[in-house]
Design a protein around this ligand. Structure first.
Ligand SMILES: [Zn+2]
Ligand SMILES: [Zn+2]
Length: 420
């Protein structure tokens, strides 16, 4: 089978059971952490005006330059499938007047993001992000809390060996001077850098620091560090974030090459790593300038985004048990209508129930029952219909007991015990 009708678009994936169950369990646990830590969910559109991303994430980033799914709609508006959640959350914060209410405003979101990436292992053009944002809080405690939420989510998935990479990239006050220092330092190295870095030099020199190309990494190893250029306020802020995390025994390492190059990103930048392996499970930081870029008041803010698929791969999250409770088999054709009605009744009573739609022999039905891994089975035939009593078989122990057909659901519920 080759045509487009039997092939999904590149970079997308189908989530089949039982992975889909694990997926939902992970989402539920994320929502549970957000509930406890005080981050109610905001449900945002999957597409926005392309300009939202061009004006915010846009400048000199791959996300918008190369990877944005943008398209004109039938009304001629330029729209884009969202590549990330922070800009839409900030847009919603302003559009819905949340900036006028009590601060801070803490929000979480879950959903697909779209990036036209080169397909490769672990990279999807549609991937799912779990994220949180805090608007209206400048305090280091907010940064520390956001990082701790990320760690908490990952810990609940049983991931050990978590560590936090931390850096500060300064503020509107101290960064311009740093940027000039870096430019001067970079200038003689330019001929040896990659084409991307040469173009970043003019527009956004900080982004050369996190270039993934080996010759750039080597050339930039001794570059001046943002941390050495922080103003007093930024330095204090950074030390306090670090102190809060270390006070809780969280392994924190300073990574001077961790940057976010856009002007509205400020101060804290972080990644959460598993066994120190690339890529990170979660990345985030402070973006005190973003709301203002969208036309709102100066609003300090901090947040993270976490890739669900990658966490799922590492965590081997267990889904809820999908083991069915009951298989109802028909010994003959006359019993089938009763089996059908009884299956409906059992399901309404909360029992996960299977039966054969028709046609299969009793032997084939029992084979299906064991393939499904049901806990109990019942065979209905002429005798059972006449006496109103059926034999309930425990498929694990083989034990059999008689139960009135009318009270079957109750009898199984009792023997099964509470569901996990
Ligand atoms: Zn500063
Ligand atoms: Zn480079």
């Amino acid at each position: 089978m080759t045509g487009v009708l039997t092939a999904r678009p590149r970079g997308t994936t189908d989530i089949l059971p039982p992975r889909s169950e694990q997926w939902r369990t992970l989402e539920e646990r994320f929502r549970e952490v957000c509930r406890i830590w005080g981050y109610p969910e905001i449900i945002l559109p999957l597409f926005e005006h392309a300009e939202l991303f061009q004006r915010t994430v846009g400048e000199a980033t791959d996300i918008v330059e190369k990877e944005l799914y943008s398209f004109p709609d039938r009304g001629g508006r330029l729209l884009a499938l969202r590549p990330e959640g922070t800009a839409p959350a900030a847009r919603a914060y302003l559009e819905n007047g949340l900036h006028k209410g009590p601060q801070p405003v803490k929000l979480s979101y879950v959903g697909p993001m779209f990036r036209y990436e080169r397909p490769q292992a672990g990279r999807y053009r549609q991937h799912t992000q779990l994220g949180i944002e805090v608007f209206g809080a400048a305090e280091p405690a907010a940064d520390a809390e956001v990082i701790l939420v990320a760690v908490e989510v990952l810990r609940r998935e049983g991931l050990e060996g978590l560590s936090v990479r931390l850096n500060s990239i300064g503020c509107a006050g101290c960064r311009p001077a740093y940027r000039e220092t870096l430019r001067h330092w970079l200038h003689p190295l330019l001929p040896g850098l990659c084409a991307d870095c040469r173009s970043r030099y003019g527009r956004n020199p900080l982004r050369t620091l996190d270039c993934k190309i080996e010759r750039c990494r080597q050339a930039l190893g001794q570059a001046p560090r943002t941390l050495d250029a922080l103003c007093d306020e930024c330095r204090e802020h950074f030390q306090e974030v670090q102190g809060r995390l270390e006070g809780l025994g969280l392994p924190v390492t300073i990574h001077p090459d961790l940057v976010r190059g856009l002007d509205y990103y400020t101060r804290t930048v972080f990644e959460v790593m598993h066994d120190d392996l690339e890529p990170s499970l979660c990345g985030g930081g402070r973006y005190d300038g973003l709301v203002e870029v969208l036309g709102g008041p100066p609003t300090p803010a901090v947040g993270f985004g976490m890739g669900l698929e990658r966490v799922l791969d590492l965590a081997k999250t267990q889904g809820r048990s999908t083991r069915p409770d009951l298989f109802l088999a028909a010994a003959d054709e006359e019993a089938r209508p009763r089996v059908f009605a009884l299956a409906v009744e059992a399901r309404r009573a909360g029992l996960a129930t299977h039966f054969d739609f028709g046609g299969r022999s009793l032997k084939a039905q029992m084979k299906a029952a064991s393939r499904l891994g049901v806990r109990f089975s019942v065979v209905l035939g002429q005798r059972e219909l006449e006496t109103g009593v059926a034999v309930l078989k425990n498929m694990d122990s083989g034990a059999e007991s008689e139960a009135p057909i009318a009270g079957l659901a109750g009898a199984i519920g009792e023997q099964r015990g509470p569901t996990s």
